[in-house]
Design a protein around this ligand. Structure first.
Ligand code: BGC
Length: 731
């Protein structure tokens, strides 16, 4: 551990003591008391730079190649701790100098796919596996889950986030946190908050109303803080209403700690020096990745009276509490191997559960076994397992659809596989090629792939939001040729985000949204196409008919990579003019037609809902529904509970998601009765004029549906007296 050795020789003026206390979870105060100001400053800043013999030295990356580390202080038994990225899996380098072993991590499906499973038990299981890898590879904190809202479909990091809806985002982050932390390692909930675009991401200010902040952008964070006790939270790069979140006392102390009761530690996203004094005062405990200048600023500011030692001690105490409970803090010796085999199975299962069948005309799917497949599209052969940036994983392999189908008993046209497996990624399928394949193959599968990642947003252009000309022309040629022979065409979407579908979706017989499904993706897609698995995923963000229908037109992506022009709107600032009307809240309330609604997804079987009841009990309303498999194949269904509020003081969306549950695998004819708790607190809207949560009195309707546009049963319930809860902190 190179860094620890360096720190041991860093100068520190220690109080005269015979034996300094050695940190454990019971003596935090004692250790704090024994620390010098320099040691405190060092602990508040990530461990990348130290002074050795009066000279500034870079601390080499930790032995486990994590992305960040906190300083250790050997004198006081304060261990270094290690931080690794997520959220699609542990992100460490697979090889180490002078070591012949490899350190691959499992590539799990992206967060949007996980949320599309609507299965919190499954997500918790994925979290357990991820947390195990964090611990096995010697790390302490996992920089995951990420739960920013899909405000606009073009955000480059949407694949790392769960949904356009805060309830499902919060529920998924809660499940993930519980799973990861069950291993005795911590999560870092990110990016707190309103970090909804990548363009100019470190300077952008999100100008948001108090109501939209509370109801849409903070609500998921509130849930995970209250329900799962995350060890750390990452303050984001951006500003909210002109103030950097990292320097915002009202956000990091007022709301997060005083209103919500957060007990953990806050660290910055990976920023350079900002206003260090403001950050420390705000309750931003740890500056990441950290530099020596920040340490110096803290010492100077305390000495000159600009920064209170009370603020410093408060933050240091939180870091000590964290370090004491980490594996590194407890002296855990990580094995540096993990159960890649078992976790690959978890990854595959999760991928299967979150894929969404968007269309299936004439039961085009599932495919009969042993068919000969004309497999088109580069990403049929080179799958996008995840997006790029911190959400990427150094995985041992990525299973393509070509492999999945071949190993699943299908024969892939050798003419096509030799074209795509060589180098022609932009193979344009001419009418003649398509005619030949329609003769010698039984079915066509066409994959369209899209990728995005950190540091940039997507564009409303061909090749991103739209199909390219060669993609749409190829699709048309394939469809014409195969349909002429009475054969089916299946489209698979291998994308981390929403794309335009309305202009071409009538052509193929079936469309499977496979998202970016992790390293086992090709197997999972093949299992669904073959019917070995019955699709049960549902959209957690709407597919609009056209980009112009998206409510958040104030989105800066079109300015990526262009030289700055003085008249640019929403560059460096983004006005959230749509308020709370994000995603389906807008489409439903304004009656805008969509391509595929929020909550939508088909199955190879059919379901009926009955017996909807809503019974208030204490702080919840228990919504009951019986789901019956009325088709001929075993399958799972999600019951989505929306609530329509009475007309009150504040305007409300037509309906909002307030609860959900997924059935177990139901055999044909089998039923399951689900009792889905809706929290009274979740019915409240934010009355910003009075800075309070308000649940109006009156008659509410619980609407149980299979998507936001398809309500299959309703039940009324009453709230007799309005409920008001003050939430005074303004951002
Ligand atoms: C990203 C974070 C990430 C961190 C460390 C930042 O640029 O925004 O999500 O955890 O880098 O890699």
């Amino acid at each position: 551990m190179a860094a620890a050795a360096l720190l041991a020789i860093a100068p520190c003026v220690a109080p005269a003591q015979s034996k300094a206390p050695q940190l454990n979870s019971k003596n935090v105060d004692k250790v704090l008391k024994a620390m010098t100001l320099e040691e405190k400053a060092r602990l508040l800043v990530g461990g990348t730079e130290v002074i050795v013999n009066g000279k500034l030295e870079k601390v080499p990356y930790a032995y486990n190649d994590a992305v960040g580390q906190s300083h250790g202080i050997e004198r006081l038994g304060i261990a270094e701790t290690y931080w690794t990225d997520g959220p699609a899996g542990v992100r460490i380098r697979p090889t180490r100098q002078g070591d012949s072993r490899t350190f691959y991590a499992t590539g799990f499906p992206v967060a949007t796919l996980l949320a599309s499973s609507w299965d919190t038990d499954l997500v918790e299981r994925v979290g357990r596996a991820m947390g195990e890898e964090v611990k096995d590879y010697g790390c302490d904190i996992f920089l995951s889950p990420a739960l920013c809202i899909h405000r606009n479909p073009l955000c480059g990091r949407n694949f790392e986030y769960y949904s356009e809806d805060p309830l499902i985002a919060g529920a998924m982050a809660t499940a993930m946190t519980k799973g990861v932390q069950s291993n005795g390692v911590g999560v870092s909930i990110k990016h707190f908050a309103a970090n909804n675009c990548e363009t100019f991401r470190t300077e952008n200010t999100s100008n948001v109303s108090q109501r939209a902040l509370r109801e849409i952008y903070l609500r998921g964070f509130e849930r995970v803080v209250k329900d799962a006790n995350p060890w750390t939270i990452m303050s984001s790069y951006n500003k909210i209403n002109g103030v950097y979140t990292q320097e915002d006392y009202n956000l990091l102390t007022g709301i997060l700690r005083n209103e919500w009761g957060f007990k953990g530690m806050v660290e910055t996203d990976w920023t350079g020096t900002r206003n260090t004094v403001a950050q420390v005062h705000a309750g931003n405990d740890l500056m990441m990745p950290g530099n020596y200048e920040q340490q110096k600023q803290i010492v100077d500011a305390v000495n000159s009276g600009k920064l209170s030692i009370k603020d410093v001690d408060r933050n240091v105490r939180r870091i000590l509490e964290l370090v004491a409970k980490t594996p590194s803090g407890k002296g855990y010796k990580a094995p540096q191997v993990t159960d890649l085999k078992a976790h690959a199975q978890v990854s595959r299962k999760a991928a299967e559960e979150g894929m969404i069948l968007l269309k299936n005309n004439g039961n085009a799917l599932p495919l009969a076994s042993g068919l000969k497949v004309a497999l088109y599209g580069r990403t049929s052969y080179y799958l996008y397992a995840n997006g790029w940036g911190s959400g990427d994983v150094n995985k041992v392999h990525t299973i393509s659809l070509f492999q999945g189908l071949s190993e699943g008993g299908y024969k892939v046209s050798p003419e096509l596989s030799s074209i795509y497996n060589s180098s022609d990624s932009y193979f344009k399928v001419t009418p003649e090629n398509a005619r030949l394949r329609a003769e010698d193959c039984d079915v066509a599968i066409v994959t369209f792939g899209r990728n995005a990642g950190e540091g940039g947003d997507r564009h409303v252009t061909k090749g991103d939001w739209y199909l390219t000309d060669y993609e749409s022309q190829s699709l048309k040629n394939i469809v014409d040729a195969f349909h002429a022979k009475g054969k089916k065409v299946i489209v698979v979407l291998n994308t981390g985000g929403v794309i335009e579908t309305a202009s071409w979706s009538a052509q193929p017989d079936a469309i499977l949204l496979a998202w970016q499904p992790g390293q086992e993706g090709g197997y999972a897609i093949a299992d669904i196409l073959s019917g070995k698995a019955n699709p049960s995923g549902k959209l957690t963000s709407t597919f609009p008919v056209k980009y112009e229908d998206v409510p958040s037109q104030n989105f800066p992506s079109n300015y990526n990579n262009e030289p700055f022009k003085a008249d640019w709107k929403n560059y460096g600032y983004v006005d959230y003019d749509e308020g709370i009307y994000v995603g389906y809240r807008h489409y439903l309330t304004k009656g805008v037609k969509v391509a595929y609604p929020f909550g939508y997804g088909l199955s190879y079987t059919t379901f009926a809902f009955s017996g909807v009841k809503a019974q208030p009990k204490g702080n919840v309303i228990n919504v009951t529904v019986t789901v019956k498999n009325t088709g001929s194949k075993a399958g799972k269904e999600v019951a989505e509970v929306y609530v329509a509020a009475p007309k009150g003081k504040l305007d409300k969306p037509l309906r909002e998601l307030k609860g959900f549950a997924k059935t177990r695998l139901l055999n044909p004819g089998e039923s399951q009765t689900l009792v889905i708790p809706v929290r009274m607190d979740d019915l409240a809207s934010f009355d910003e004029a009075n800075m309070q949560w308000l649940t109006d009195a009156g008659e509410y309707t619980a609407e149980v549906g299979s998507d936001a546009n398809t309500i299959l049963g309703t039940a009324k319930f009453n709230i007799k007296k309005a409920i008001v809860k003050k939430a005074p902190t303004k951002l």
